[in-house]
Design a protein around this ligand. Structure first.
Ligand code: GLA
Length: 385
């Protein structure tokens, strides 16, 4: 897609860009709301990407344009934080400056086919692509880990979403055909080939308070950890609570904190087991854990939504091996494991698509967007000519 971004840049700023980079959205197979609790996640990159093209601009200023609204905005990157997506780019510039990797000023155009507000990490695709392009403009060679950190801090410190590191990490480190098991407390990771048939249902619904609900959940987890650590001073992360002592949570924590902790502790265990199944191609067992994950997110973490539950129920009814919401929740997308490649998978997939589509239309009067998911590559520089 660089040509579209280049054309947008030329029409907005009257000349050609000099640097470009792109980064993907992601889908998380299992392990949600575990990253900021020190647990594991198992995401893979989408083929959908965000492209940022950039060229030198007036010192202290950012000229910004995106296909989202086509408006050219000029903001001081060291001044008050603008609203909307510009805040993310300003955050990126400020974080790059901390590493001596910010250009003095820049014009930047963005295009993207990552759905927004669908739980598919469109904001990480934006911050990673913008950080890579702007760092290249400054002439800095940014190590991959610093790119992750810059993109994460842009969202956490500047845009004010208290997110974990899953989305930025996969956007930078993804490889085509593979998922990444990432242990968020240690940074250790393992690549796992994905050979099953996976589809995604975008429900087209997003909770307008998702960011504040997300921050509220994170605060609840921090408060649960603080209470548990009073009696167990060695406990550093909620994900470290031993699954064998899960019953104690209810006794030691008030509602709803014990329910949040229940999800985090069981999801941590599920994700590690699921990764082992995935590595052995055991999709049926993998799917069962996905089902348990969705039920836990709905019941204990209270972050599902009626359209997501409807799609999950319809998919299971039609024979899916597993179905769950993916990402933060409160709207967005559902991930469905149809089965291992081959065998009766093609006819099962046709049945699942039909059933989900029909149930969704009946309930909401419009069609959901259903696509096959293929794990794509991570961030990369793009050519500007
Ligand atoms: C959002 C955040 C991630 C992660 C997920 C839930 O995508 O950006 O860090 O917490 O929600 O797993």
């Amino acid at each position: 897609m660089p040509h579209q971004a280049i054309a947008l840049f030329r029409s907005a700023f009257g000349g050609p860009p000099t640097q470009a980079a792109s980064a993907p959205g992601r889908i998380n197979l299992i392990g949600d709301h575990t990253d900021y609790n020190g647990g594991p996640v198992l995401p893979m990159a989408l083929l959908e990407r965000t492209t940022a093209v950039t060229g030198p601009g007036e010192a202290g200023w950012l000229g910004l344009v995106s296909t989202r609204d086509g408006r050219v905005e000029r903001v001081r990157w060291d001044g008050p934080l603008p609203s909307g997506w510009s805040a993310y780019v300003v955050g990126v510039m400020r974080e790059l400056a901390r590493h001596g990797a910010a250009p003095p000023g820049a014009d930047l155009a963005l295009t993207s086919d990552v759905p927004i507000g669908a739980g598919l990490a469109s904001s990480a695709a934006l911050t990673v692509a913008a950080a890579a392009a702007l760092a290249a403009l400054s002439g800095a060679a940014l190590p991959a880990d610093v790119l992750v950190e810059v993109a994460h801090r842009a969202e956490y410190e500047h845009a004010g979403v208290r997110c974990g590191i899953m989305d930025q990490t996969i956007a930078v480190h993804a490889r085509a055909g593979q998922a990444l098991l990432l242990e968020c407390a240690t940074g250790r990771s393992r690549r796992i080939a994905v050979r099953g048939r996976v589809i995604r249902v975008d429900t087209g619904t997003s909770h307008e308070l998702a960011a504040s609900a997300y921050n509220a959940r994170r605060a609840e987890c921090e408060s649960a950890l603080a209470r548990l650590a009073r009696a167990e001073p060695g406990l550093r992360h909620l994900a470290d609570w031993p699954p064998s002592r899960i019953r104690e949570l209810r006794r030691r924590l008030p509602a709803p904190l014990w329910a949040r902790a229940m999800h985090v502790v069981t999801e941590t265990q599920r994700t590690r087991t699921a990764a082992a199944f995935l590595a052995r191609g055991r999709w049926r067992e993998f799917g069962r854990l996905m089902n348990a994950s969705h039920d836990s997110l709905r019941r204990w973490y209270d972050c599902s939504a009626p359209p997501l539950d409807l799609v999950v129920r319809a998919a299971r009814r039609a024979g899916a091996w597993g179905a769950r919401l993916t990402g933060a929740g409160w709207g967005g997308a559902v991930l469905i494991v149809v089965g291992a490649t081959g065998g009766g998978t093609a006819s099962r997939e046709a049945r699942i698509v039909r059933t989900v589509d029909r149930s969704f239309r009946r309930a909401y009067g419009r069609a959901p967007t259903i696509t096959v998911v293929q794990p794509g590559p991570g961030a990369r520089p793009e050519r500007v000519i």
